[in-house]
Design a binder for this molecule. Structure first.
Ligand code: SF4
Length: 223
């Protein structure tokens, strides 16, 4: 699933909510039809979305050893080569802990796609360094807009294959990272729904500096 980060990103390649639903359905269906293994990292056994970085089971190490929350959040505070601090302490740094809390609080989907503005605030708060060679990661983040991600609360598609269902239930799920979290306010589905529900005669309220992309994608394309 394409994320429009990097120097030559193409937001037109981002999938709409409906396209993401079709891909999820295709993967679930193929898992019971084809004798091959499909790997995905964005859904649990019940079809609920998750972010591996938010659950804390993955991190990204850049080519210089910088520890980043995930491959497209290219900001770092610690380095695996630095001495005087254990790897556990580096992975539990205030920056990474705050990232996980923010991501868990905001959405079950991808915070980069859904709320790049909140991510910017977090990076500024921790004064995290740009971990790229090109040194344009913040400008790229600023250019992002609110978009739907894998989180579609009303459209979960559970695994049909018992083997995948069981394997995910046991080994790949949200590990209770989202327990007691309310995603009805700050997630992209909530914000985009609020946007399209504004009467056309009223001024459109966009609570961010950036515009909201994909508002029309929250409506059923068949209607
Ligand atoms: S922040 Fe987005 S891109 Fe990064 S691991 Fe989470 S869902 Fe994937």
């Amino acid at each position: 699933v394409y994320r429009p980060m990097g120097p030559d990103s193409n937001p037109d390649l981002c999938l709409s909510k409906e396209e993401q639903r079709r891909i999820r359905k295709f993967v679930v269906d193929m898992r019971v039809k084809k004798p091959i293994i499909f790997v995905d990292a964005y859904y649990d056994h019940a079809g609920q979305a998750l972010c591996p970085a938010a659950t804390g089971i993955t991190h990204h190490i850049n080519p210089w050893g910088g520890i980043e929350p995930c491959p497209i959040v290219q900001f770092t505070k610690d380095n695996i080569h630095a001495e005087g601090k254990s790897l556990k302490d580096k992975l539990d740094s205030p920056y990474l802990k705050d990232f996980r809390e923010l991501a868990r609080d905001t959405t079950r989907g991808c915070i980069v796609l859904e709320r790049p503005d909140l991510l910017q605030e977090l990076i500024r708060k921790h004064d995290a360094e740009d971990g790229t060679a090109r040194q344009t990661a913040m400008a790229e983040l600023k250019a992002m807009q609110i978009r739907p991600s894998q989180y579609a609360p009303s459209d979960a598609i559970p695994e049909r294959s018992w083997a995948y269902w069981l394997a995910k239930r046991m080994f790949f799920n949200d590990f209770h990272a989202y327990d007691q979290r309310d995603h009805s306010t700050n997630s992209a589905p909530a914000m985009l729904t609020r946007e399209v529900s504004v009467p056309s005669s009223s001024p459109v309220s966009v609570p961010l500096e950036m515009s909201v992309q994909g508002a029309d994608e929250t409506t059923d394309p068949s209607s």
